[in-house]
Design a protein around this ligand. Structure first.
Ligand code: FES
Length: 111
């Protein structure tokens, strides 16, 4: 189906549904899944962290990487709790594809 004006002249070469599909594929509200989280960066975020409880962003949508800022709501992906019993330097996964959860395992090299 094509869109036509009142004189029957086509206004669009592609069907409207196809154009909507293209728009939704690039919409910021499209759903990220556990197997397809957003990728903030393809390298670890290395930080010296004091002892404490942290919530690592697993969806990749947080503006406060590598930690959760609540942006995951509606994404279907929950943050991961990390407890550090002492101060340590952590290589947080920044690509959200590590098999080791919050911690970089080198998986970013394959992205
Ligand atoms: S940053 Fe994700 S595995 Fe290295």
């Amino acid at each position: 189906m094509s869109i036509q004006n009142t004189r029957g002249v086509p206004l669009a070469k592609k069907p409207l549904v196809e154009k909507l599909d293209v728009l939704s594929a690039h919409s910021p509200s499209h759903t990220h899944t556990m197997s397809n989280p957003n990728i903030p960066q393809k390298s670890p975020i290395v930080k010296k962290m004091p002892a404490g409880t942290y919530w690592w962003c697993a969806c990749g949508l947080s503006k406060d990487q590598p930690l959760c800022d609540g942006s995951h709501k509606g994404s279907g992906i929950a943050p991961k709790k990390v407890e550090l019993t002492e101060e340590q330097t952590v290589a947080w996964c920044g690509c959200k594809h590590s098999a080791d959860g919050a911690f970089c395992d080198g998986s970013h090299k394959g992205l």
